[in-house]
Design a protein around this ligand. Structure first.
Ligand SMILES: [Zn+2]
Length: 270
């Protein structure tokens, strides 16, 4: 079984939250776009009692965040999580923090995640979420320790980066420990390294005159490709009288992406 573990995609770690991770919210559409690649989805939530030891006022290093049941502790409103999908709460004990979704920082308390995965015959675990250099890293490292084949989906994570280079350093550390590191686009690529051609998942509508907005179009498309890992369909809503339009747009896309151009379908509505 192939499972996706979403680490701490909670309001307090999103821009505007108590312990905001830069671009934390950018992971949400990426995660939503890859959900259907997995047999099982599990999410963790940092879930602290009031006066938790990790808070600055208690001598910890973090501002007050993810207090159990608070708005800040809720998952981002756009993250798709179904009612029957498993949530693992961590950091629930007053006097010990838990970066990992598996165990607390002293490995005294087990959240039950490893047993849950084993009970569900998961042997292939994919990890994403917040933050790359803390909870995601410790979760991935513990996953390896627990014997799971573990893959990090790098673009479905964002890091705190207190010191420059922390994110890369944490990725290197995970890789050294045996974690496979991919991007979400890799989930859409088959073993022969060819892009799977399938029905587009996303339709990008670009209004206005295509002929005068090529760079804008390319930008929109590239951003969508990067953030969603989807195939897409380009629909322009203006009649075009230039026979080379498709070729030119495709060339722009190719220049910026290299990868998913095979999946591009250009279509005229006029
Ligand atoms: Zn915490």
């Amino acid at each position: 079984m192939k499972a996706l573990l979403i680490v701490d995609a909670q309001n307090d770690f999103m821009p505007g939250g108590a312990l905001a991770v830069n671009e934390g919210d950018k992971i949400v559409p990426v995660i939503n776009s890859i959900r259907n690649k997995f047999d099982l989805i599990i999410a963790t939530q940092d879930w602290h009692p009031t006066g938790h030891c990790s808070f600055k006022e208690q001598g910890g290093i973090w501002p007050v965040h993810c207090v159990a049941s608070s708005f800040g502790a809720q998952l981002h409103k756009d993250l798709i999580i179904k009612d029957d999908e498993k949530i693992i709460y961590k950091g629930i004990n007053l006097d010990i923090d838990s970066y990992s979704g598996f165990f607390d920082n002293e490995k005294k308390y087990d959240t039950g995640l490893a047993d849950f995965l084993k009970d569900n015959k998961v042997d292939d675990l994919y990890v994403c979420g917040l933050a790359t250099d803390y909870c995601v890293k410790f979760t991935a490292l513990d996953a390896i320790t627990c014997g799971f084949k573990t893959t990090l989906i790098a673009d479905a994570c964002r890091g705190v980066e207190i010191n420059t280079g922390d994110i890369q350093k944490s990725i290197n550390e995970m890789r050294d420990a045996g974690v496979n590191v991919i991007t979400s686009v890799d989930l859409f690529v088959d073993v022969d390294n060819k892009v799977k051609v399938k029905k587009p998942d996303v339709r990008i509508m670009v209004a206005g005159q295509v002929c005068t907005g090529k760079s804008t179009i390319a930008k929109v498309i590239c951003e969508a490709l990067k953030s969603k890992g989807f195939d897409f369909e380009f629909v322009d809503d203006e009649p075009v009288d230039d026979d080379n339009q498709d070729a030119r747009i495709e060339a722009i896309i190719k220049k910026h992406t290299n990868l998913l151009v095979e999946t591009v379908q250009l279509r005229r509505s006029a």
